[in-house]
Design a protein around this ligand. Structure first.
Ligand SMILES: [Fe+2]
Length: 510
């Protein structure tokens, strides 16, 4: 007979799994929680034609270290229905929320019908969660007439309120993409419109608290509860401008990788990811693809984990490098790492979709400053040949209608991508602004547009998100701006609209 200690270890190793030792499940099911444990809301993600991931994380006191949970496991029941009132339950079950996984739950639902809305909820400790809406992807190759996507990035909590997320929720999109900087790791500096934890997180407890603080926001919760999300990260989920085993402050690599492992674990615990995406030490497989019938294929990139270190540091002013620094053209350098590049090229060759969306962290086209003399070395401009290889991949595989979505820069930008400066457009890209993180003054943006003629539109002063309305004939992109992100519940407005027509590369103002 297994000992109590062994059962504990087994329960821990199952970390949120649906199947658990019966004895522990029974004990955990009887747990009563004094305070509502669902204060971080619910989420869904990773939709497939027959299911998706349902997520929650128990946190009765979100702003405290440990979120108000004891180390005991807690049984969480889940149910998913074909109607908003949860009368027609189509699947249900129980998962165990364990302390080793921050009391998070990742349920992988299967056996649902393709291209349908579903509603779900959790119960635990005598409490019920809010109801979330989610959706399955269409059947493989199915004829799909329309797809609405909202996408966003960069939600520095102290810098502004999340009216943009309330806007996303109101769109009732089929899918939400979050392209990085879900949290900011920085210490509280006393500036900004609302406070967050004081200490900069460097371990799992610290990152967990930072996520709990952010996720307690009701507008962010509304956006999660409105549609399935696909998430990728940028740098601030770990540390500013990090890549591989290095960040700007250059700690010893083994020290940095320990921090990265803690940050990746907290990321996994707080996102609607699959259990197969659970990190192993400092590694988490985040690049992946998603098909939406015959209409759209999406590839999601990880430009942080596998990159070569920043180039031309000897001639850097701390942020920017001379545009003619030869090392940045070195074909041996990669922003993605060889395995991810090989995977991406395979995706290009295999794609049957009419629209091919590349979801990644940055502005992908060149972003020259100082009259064209300087570029940054944190993004694609530091890895010129990776950018060239991606564009050659689109061209050589005759990828249908490539469109790039990005974040990171805290501005809205729309532009075209070509193999050579001034050449024929091969793809268009749309950076969908930031939810709350502060950008650049528009006087600077106007100057940048002059130095970078492939960029057709920019706005650095407005916070918001991007909306894609995709049909077989066109991809319409609307930049949605918040009137004032420094106050809560500010109204949204259309900032600009663009269209890319099927078979005709290059964006037009609409
Ligand atoms: Fe950011």
């Amino acid at each position: 007979m297994p000992s109590r200690r062994m059962l504990l270890a087994q329960a821990a190793s199952l970390a949120g799994a649906a199947l658990t030792p019966a004895a522990w499940t029974a004990a955990a099911a009887q747990t009563r929680l004094a305070d509502d444990p669902f204060q971080l809301g619910v989420a869904s993600g990773e939709p497939t034609p027959d299911g998706m991931v349902l997520w929650t994380r128990l946190a009765p006191k979100p702003q405290e270290m440990g979120s108000g949970m004891t180390p005991a496991p807690v049984a969480v029941r889940w149910e998913i229905a074909g109607d908003e009132g949860l009368k027609r339950i189509v699947a249900k079950g129980q998962a165990l929320a364990v302390a080793e996984a921050g009391h998070s739950v990742h349920v992988e639902v299967q056996g649902l019908r393709p291209g349908r809305d579903y509603w779900y909820r959790f119960t635990a400790g005598g409490h019920a969660s809010p109801v979330g809406r989610t959706r399955t992807a269409p059947a493989p190759g199915a004829v799909v007439e329309r797809l609405r996507i909202a996408y966003s990035s960069c939600q520095k909590y102290s810098a502004g309120f999340y009216s943009a997320h309330a806007g996303i929720a109101a769109e009732a999109p089929d899918l939400v993409l979050f392209l990085g900087d879900y949290i900011y790791e920085g210490a509280a500096d006393g500036k900004g419109v609302r406070p967050h934890p004081v200490e900069e997180p460097v371990d799992l407890a610290g990152y967990r608290q930072r996520y709990a603080w952010y996720k307690a926001d009701p507008d962010l919760q509304a956006a999660h509860a409105a549609a399935p999300w696909m998430v990728i990260w940028d740098d601030h989920e770990v540390a500013n401008d990090y890549g591989d085993d290095q960040d700007r402050s250059n700690p010893p690599p083994d020290v940095f990788l320990k921090r990265r492992a803690a940050a990746y674990q907290a990321f996994y615990e707080n996102m609607p990811l699959r259990r197969t995406q659970r990190p192993v030490g400092p590694s988490l497989l985040l690049y992946r693809s998603l098909a939406w019938g015959n209409l759209a294929g999406l590839q999601f990139l990880d430009t942080r984990q596998y990159r070569n270190h920043r180039t031309c540091e000897a001639v850097s002013d701390g942020k920017r490098i001379p545009a003619d620094c030869p090392e940045r053209f070195d074909p041996a350098r990669s922003l993605l790492g060889a395995p991810q590049e090989t995977w991406l090229q395979g995706q290009f060759r295999a794609s049957q979709a009419r629209w091919n969306l590349l979801a990644q962290q940055y502005l992908m086209g060149e972003f020259a400053g100082e009259g064209g003399k300087k570029v940054g070395n944190d993004g694609w401009d530091g890895y010129v040949q990776t950018r060239r290889r991606v564009m050659e991949g689109w061209r050589d595989a005759k990828v249908s209608n490539p469109v790039v979505l990005g974040g990171d820069i805290h501005c809205f930008f729309a532009g075209d991508l070509a193999m050579a400066p001034g050449g024929k457009a091969l793809a268009s890209e749309f950076v969908g602004g930031s939810i709350s993180s502060l950008g650049r003054p528009n006087i600077d943006i106007v100057q940048r547009l002059g130095w970078n003629p492939h960029l057709k539109f920019g706005d650095g002063e407005t916070r918001g998100y991007g909306r894609l309305d995709i049909t077989p004939k066109a991809c319409t992109v609307t930049f949605r701006g918040v009137e004032n992100a420094l106050v809560s519940r500010s109204p949204m407005r259309d900032l600009a609209r663009f269209v890319v027509e099927d078979g005709e590369a290059g964006l037009k103002r609409a």
